[in-house]
Design a protein around this ligand. Structure first.
Ligand SMILES: [Zn+2]
Length: 251
């Protein structure tokens, strides 16, 4: 691995959902324990945005009294830009209360697929959350993302690579390996996201994806993905934090 993999603080966010949008949950059962062990080893904290209908399974692995933050990733991983206002409100409030009943302090929300209806951040606020983390990209865009601080008191924005166009996600770090890891933001705070299932070897879950997406999404998953994450944690030792920990400084 190259040594120059960016500097500054890295806010680590993990979307906790079913594997590859299918029905399996090996990411929670197998990859989550691995990731928690690596976070502990490297002295890092992270934010897990959990789909609330998986609360029971997550609760068996992720201790609410531990150092990590749990936010909501909706109730069912439904696209919020395709359902009505009342259904969005239900996703926000019921997911929060379900996670809170399991003992988590839920302050942040991230919309599935970053698919946010225009008034989402107000609704997130009305539902009692402290911040919204629904701004981000799944795919590279021709439009450069603004380089303003991704952390403000009510908002956490997922970053891009140094080009301002490619999402700072494990998906793109592994698909563009090894070029992408040399293009991490050079300074300041950046926000990265990943999915637990990306860390799994040979999961058949990716067959649930549309045919055109299978090859790209499978590339570099498993061992390479784990090595990229471990490398980032080691390289920025002491400077990988949850949204909550980063927000303390932004307040
Ligand atoms: Zn998701």
């Amino acid at each position: 691995m190259p040594a120059n993999t960016g500097r500054g603080r890295l806010v680590l966010t993990i979307d906790v959902e079913r594997d590859w949008d299918g029905t399996d949950t090996r990411g929670i059962d197998e990859a989550l324990p691995w990731l928690l062990e690596r976070l502990r080893h490297h002295g890092a904290t992270a934010t897990f945005f959990v789909v609330a209908d998986l609360t029971h399974q997550v609760r068996a692995v992720l201790d609410p009294a531990g150092p990590h933050e749990v936010g909501s990733h909706g109730l069912t991983h439904e696209r919020l830009d395709r359902i009505g206002h009342d259904a969005v409100r239900r996703e926000l409030t019921e997911s929060k209360s379900r996670l809170e009943q399991a003992g988590y302090l839920v302050e942040g929300f991230r919309a599935p697929y970053f698919a946010a209806p225009p008034d989402l951040s107000e609704m997130v606020s009305e539902a009692g959350y402290r911040y919204d983390a629904s701004e981000g990209r799944l795919w590279p865009s021709i439009r450069r993302q603004s380089s303003e601080d991704p952390i403000s008191p009510r908002r956490v924005v997922t970053s891009t690579l140094r080009d301002g166009r490619t999402p700072l996600s494990l998906t793109w770090l592994r698909m563009l390996h090894p070029v992408a890891i040399r293009s991490l933001p050079a300074s300041g705070t950046s926000v990265l996201y990943l999915h637990l299932h990306e860390l799994l070897d040979d999961t058949p879950g990716w067959m649930a994806l549309a045919a055109g997406l299978r090859h790209v999404h499978r590339r570099g998953s498993g061992a390479r993905a784990r090595s990229i994450v471990d490398h980032l944690l080691a390289n920025r030792r002491g400077d990988v934090v949850s949204c909550r920990d980063a927000l303390v400084d932004a307040a």
